[in-house]
Design a protein around this ligand. Structure first.
Ligand code: TYM
Length: 333
């Protein structure tokens, strides 16, 4: 809460091409808060480097992620849109919070366990303390709500624990944030292995539908989606592939599972997969059109980055200097 206004904060890593998982689980929900809340949406380049990045790709994706924020309906005049590395307070608060976070807590983070298994040759300290930087992102803005997919809920809960621990020693420092996980779209699964989360870093491009895939590619990928040997479109335990397609269809159409089952009664998986592809391509077409327009004006994107960083810094400075004072750092004006 800042000046009696509730705050929404979230972030997306510019570490790969964004997927419909990112869109349905997070991005498209951000604008829900634009009117009534003070909103901060950040491109978290600091988090991205916990895994090796090609510098030119990281740079390009940072612009692209900002353009996608805007294409998903985030007006930079109503939302503070910025890049994490442009606001140095994130790194500074992160260090302080490291001293309020336990080794055991970080060891229990499932994303750390998954990523260290996947990048066994590069289990760096940044990968381990990643959730602390995320806590700093959130707590710097006295955040009330954090709209995220289910995979990030554990990290937001850790941010709550860190804030509660800090407040117990230094009362009234941080607002305790709440993760907000959308009911539909919280966990979109891979099209090639529906027991696995759809991830922008998946090496199999057919497992993932990217927000910027063209219409034919989207339709082709859904046609190839792994399902089961049943033929009837119904939501049931063990039918992970169909369940996933039904939840994607539901996200784009607003229909319930019962309505979807009725709509496809007597039809096969082929018809259903084609329909999922169509609604997905239809929904993404206007986003892609806006994205291309925003991306074509790099100077304008840089001006937005600068404006966003100035706005964010104002709030970040206030929280950081409050924290520094409380813990006993000398402040010289
Ligand atoms: P990232 O970049 O992996 O993903 C961005 C957002 O997309 C959601 N998401 C999904 N939702 C549904 N189904 C999926 N398959 C799927 N894949 C990704 C994620 O849950 C996330 O909300 N650590 C964060 C970025 C971050 C952050 C923050 C988020 C850094 N600081 C502060 C919130 C607040 C991450 O890696 O997200």
């Amino acid at each position: 809460m800042f000046n009696d206004q509730k705050v929404s904060f979230s972030g997306v890593q510019p570490s790969g091409n964004l997927t419909i998982g990112n869109y349905l689980g997070a991005l498209r929900n951000f604008s829900t808060y634009s009117e009534a809340y003070k909103t901060f949406y950040c491109v978290v380049d600091g988090h991205a480097i916990t895994v090796r990045q090609v510098p030119a790709d990281l740079r390009r994706r940072t612009y692209e992620t900002l353009a996608l924020y805007m294409a998903c309906g985030l007006d930079p005049n109503k939302n503070t849109l910025y890049v994490q590395s442009h606001v140095h307070e994130h790194a500074e608060l992160s260090w302080i919070l490291n001293c309020f976070t336990m080794f055991g807590e970080l060891s229990r983070m499932t994303q750390f366990k998954d990523k260290s298994a996947k990048h066994a040759d590069n289990i760096n300290a940044g990968l381990f303390t990643y959730p602390v930087l995320m806590a700093a992102d959130i707590l710097l803005y006295q955040t009330d709500v954090v709209p995220v997919g289910i995979d990030q809920k554990q990290h937001v809960e850790l941010a709550r624990d860190i804030a509660t621990r800090f407040n117990a020693v230094f009362p009234d420092t941080f607002t305790i944030p709440e993760p907000v996980v959308a009911k539909s779209g919280m966990k979109i699964m891979s099209l090639a292995d529906p027991t696995k989360k759809m991830s922008k870093s998946d090496e199999n491009v057919n497992a993932v539908v990217y927000i910027l895939d063209d219409r034919d590619t989207i339709i082709r990928k859904f046609k190839r989606a792994v399902t089961d040997s049943d033929t009837c479109v119904r939501y049931a335990e063990g039918k992970d592939g169909i369940n996933n397609l039904m939840s994607i269809y539901s996200c784009f159409t607003g229909k319930t599972n019962e309505e979807i089952e009725r709509e496809f009664e007597g039809k096969g998986y082929g018809d259903f997969k084609a329909a999922v592809g169509e609604v997905c391509a239809d929904a993404l077409a206007p986003v892609q059109e806006k994205f291309n327009a925003f991306l074509s004006d790099k100077a304008q994107l840089e001006a937005q980055m600068k404006k966003g960083a100035e706005e964010a810094s104002y709030y970040a400075r206030r929280t950081l200097s409050k924290v520094q004072k409380k813990i006993g750092f000398v402040q010289v004006k």
